[in-house]
Design a protein. Structure first.
Length: 148
């Protein structure tokens, strides 16, 4: 597990954008952390890196999922002109695991770059190779532990 200390939101955004450059579908990124730790900020920076700086990224707290189309994808170390989908889930309000199928989580995990906030309720369906990012308070900044 890799540990990263980020002093402020700007460092968090830079880290997330750099992290995004190595993400190709299908992959699942599970974002763990208490309220206010920066899960949404990390997801927003990843999405904007993949889909464009002007991409509006609202929190999916009430919609449960937001999807985005990327500009291009990388296949076998070549870029192609067709993109892939990024799905951003916020499972905070999910109370019954059966709802995960209704909102398309399993399909997204198998096909998209899937970012999941509050992934604990979905632990039983996350792929074994999911990337887990644990976010904790570290002074005024954040400590990330990344398990790939």
């Amino acid at each position: 597990m890799k540990t990263i200390i980020l002093e402020n939101v700007n460092e968090t955004q830079r880290w997330a954008r750099k992290f995004a450059k190595d993400l190709y579908a299908p992959v699942v990124v599970a974002l763990h952390g208490d309220l206010g730790m920066g899960k949404s900020e990390i997801a927003r920076a990843i999405i904007q890196e993949l889909c464009g700086d002007n991409t509006v990224v609202p929190s999916p707290t009430f919609t449960l999922v937001q999807t985005y189309e990327t500009r291009k994808s990388k296949i076998e170390n070549r870029f192609s002109d067709f993109g892939f989908r990024v799905s951003h889930f916020d499972l905070y309000r999910i109370t019954d695991p059966s709802e995960l199928t209704e909102i398309g989580l399993q399909h997204a995990c198998a096909n998209d770059i899937t970012l999941i906030e509050w992934p604990e309720i979905a632990a039983h369906i996350l792929p074994h190779d999911a990337i887990h990012v644990y976010i904790d308070q570290e002074g005024e900044g954040r400590k990330l532990r990344v398990k790939e």
